[in-house]
Write a protein of this length. Structure first.
Length: 212
């Protein structure tokens, strides 16, 4: 919470969250200007493109507070960011609607809703790209094909070259599988673990084939 306890900023790798406290409605213009300066400075330091503005503790919004939100939005827009406003009170929603901001900003009633709008996971972390497990599977396929060729038609491929390629592909698969397992969830986490195991087995198969 800020020194004057009027707002709180939470920064994560995926987004920043600005929560305004209800006591902000009792502030005079000078106090709000001071808070606005602190907020803009903190958001500038965070450098997050995605900002969730949490107004869930407010049951009223005055013109000074609306002006503060506009300054925040302009700051985020200047760095090509995106602002999601979390609001629950009907009065606050009506004030924003009257000010013409309901059509300008994106709104939600819950933090989970904001995560969905931003394409984040339910815990607020970035979703794992499908590219990572795909790379792991392609590397596995290449390593498997080369191991099979080496075993059945050893005269077609130099054994040292074959082993080097198999180990390289297995290393790529292991890295992609490991990252998928630790950053993914559910089915993808299981897929990542499977890619790691398969990569290790193929590397072992390549070494075994080279030694024998």
């Amino acid at each position: 919470m800020a020194a004057d306890n009027s707002f709180e900023i939470e920064c994560t790798p995926a987004y920043a969250r600005l929560a305004l406290d209800a006591k902000l409605n009792a502030f005079h213009w000078a106090d709000i200007e001071r808070s606005a300066t602190e907020i803009l400075s903190a958001l500038e330091s965070a450098r997050s493109r995605f900002v969730i503005v949490d107004l869930s503790t407010l049951d009223y919004l005055g013109s000074a507070q609306v002006a503060l939100l506009l300054r925040v939005w302009k700051s985020i827009k200047a760095r090509e960011g995106r602002m999601i406003v979390q609001v629950t009170a009907p009065v606050v929603r009506e004030v924003l609607k009257t000010a013409g901001l309901m059509a300008l900003w994106e709104f939600t009633e819950t933090r989970e809703g904001a995560f969905r709008i931003l394409g984040l996971r339910a815990d607020g972390k970035k979703k794992l790209s499908a590219l990572l497990p795909a790379i792991g599977l392609l590397a596995l396929g290449a390593a498997l094909a080369l191991v099979c060729i080496s075993m059945s038609k050893s005269n077609l491929v130099d054994s040292k070259v074959s082993l080097a390629i198999v180990l390289s592909c297995s290393a790529v698969a292991l890295a992609a599988g490991f990252l998928t397992a630790i950053r993914g969830s559910g089915l993808r986490r299981g897929m990542g673990a499977g890619i790691v195991i398969a990569g290790a087995l193929l590397a072992a198969a390549g070494l075994f084939n080279r030694l024998h």
